[in-house]
Design a protein around this ligand. Structure first.
Ligand SMILES: N[C@@H](CCC(=O)N[C@@H](CSC=O)C(=O)NCC(=O)O)C(=O)O
Length: 305
């Protein structure tokens, strides 16, 4: 459970920590980054909220921390940012490092059920349970009750599905009258969600089909549990408020990997799903950096009273 600090880097008046811990869900050491804003002090009466950034294919926790420019607004607002890795590393599973879109760097934020990937490719459990538990245990400056999530591409899919699955699960419990009073007061694990160029309907794009077939096998009901478009179709909770940016010059959008229109259609009448198509922006971190303040600001509206 203990966390090793590999580097401490000053950033926008706060600190970017490069950290590592041994994770049981992923069966390996996991690196991650944590940005602590200047407001994160040791005063137990003042804790800062947390925003989790899920990165895309081929990334580690470094891409967002170094190129996303999220720390600028997070420093102003007093928000910590957690930058996890995108998969387990070095599990020695045959084929693990063969492709950029499956295996290492491509965990898709799911718990694999198919062998041999089910041995450590448990990124859903890692991101929703083990990593936050580790961070909250180690960094008392962070408030576990105020957490939001956002992400890019595969990480946008992760953000949209982790937030929905958590909430839908709680609603299902409520339907069966198994829910306790605390859950009724906190019907969602995350306070808000936003995404850059998310893989919005993975069941129907080549990246998602490959990943879901590899991690789950052929059972498409399982695929649907991790598909943002399928999940939002079932949404019957309070009005949504989601910010999404997809640049018009995004090659992966043009190739049909992102399918934001499917998500827009499925979320009609379910609240404010603000999908913007900024002209000329591509799939790269230049886009994230350009709209970073908007996305951190979106989370800040929910994290800071
Ligand atoms: N190598 C691949 C492209 C990989 C790529 O573009 N990855 C994106 C995320 S794509 C969806 O999840 C990324 O963020 N890369 C890291 C970066 O710093 O830009 C190919 O050749 O097509």
């Amino acid at each position: 459970m203990s966390v090793t600090t590999k580097a401490t880097i000053a950033s926008f008046g706060g600190k970017l920590l490069k950290l590592a811990h041994n994770a049981s869900t992923t069966s390996c050491e996991m690196n991650f980054n944590l940005y602590l804003p200047p407001q994160a002090t040791n005063n137990p009466l003042f804790r800062v909220p947390l925003l989790i950034y899920l990165a895309g294919l081929t990334c580690t926790g470094d891409n967002g921390a170094e190129k996303g420019f999220f720390q600028h607004k997070a420093s102003q607002k007093g928000i910590a940012i957690l930058y996890p890795d995108t998969s387990p590393r070095g599990l020695k599973i045959p084929g693990e490092d063969d492709a950029y879109d499956f295996g290492s760097g491509a965990g898709f934020y799911v718990d694999a059920t198919k062998e041999p990937w089910n041995k450590g490719y448990q990124m859903y459990s890692y991101i929703t349970e083990e990593l936050p538990r580790t961070v909250f245990g180690e960094f008392k400056q962070i408030d576990p009750e105020r957490v939001s999530i956002f992400g890019h591409s595969m990480g946008g899919h992760g953000a949209l599905t982790l937030v929905r699955i958590e909430t839908l699960l709680l609603l299902r419990l409520e339907e069966h009258r198994l829910i306790d009073e605390q859950y009724l007061r906190n019907p969602g694990k995350y306070k808000s969600v936003s995404a850059f160029a998310p893989i919005s309907n993975p069941m129907n794009c080549p990246w998602g089909e490959k990943a879901f077939k590899g991690y789950f096998g052929e059972d498409k009901t399982k695929w649907a549990e991790h598909d943002a478009t399928e999940l939002v179709k079932k949404w019957s909770g309070p009005p949504l408020d989601i910010l999404i940016d997809v640049g018009t010059a995004d090659n992966f959008y043009k190739q049909g990997q992102l399918l934001p229109e499917d998500f827009i259609k499925a979320s009609e009448g379910k609240g404010k799903v603000n999908v913007r198509f900024p002209d000329g922006y591509d799939h790269s971190y230049f886009t994230m950096a350009s709209f970073a303040d908007d996305h951190v600001g979106h989370a800040a509206r929910y994290l800071i009273a």
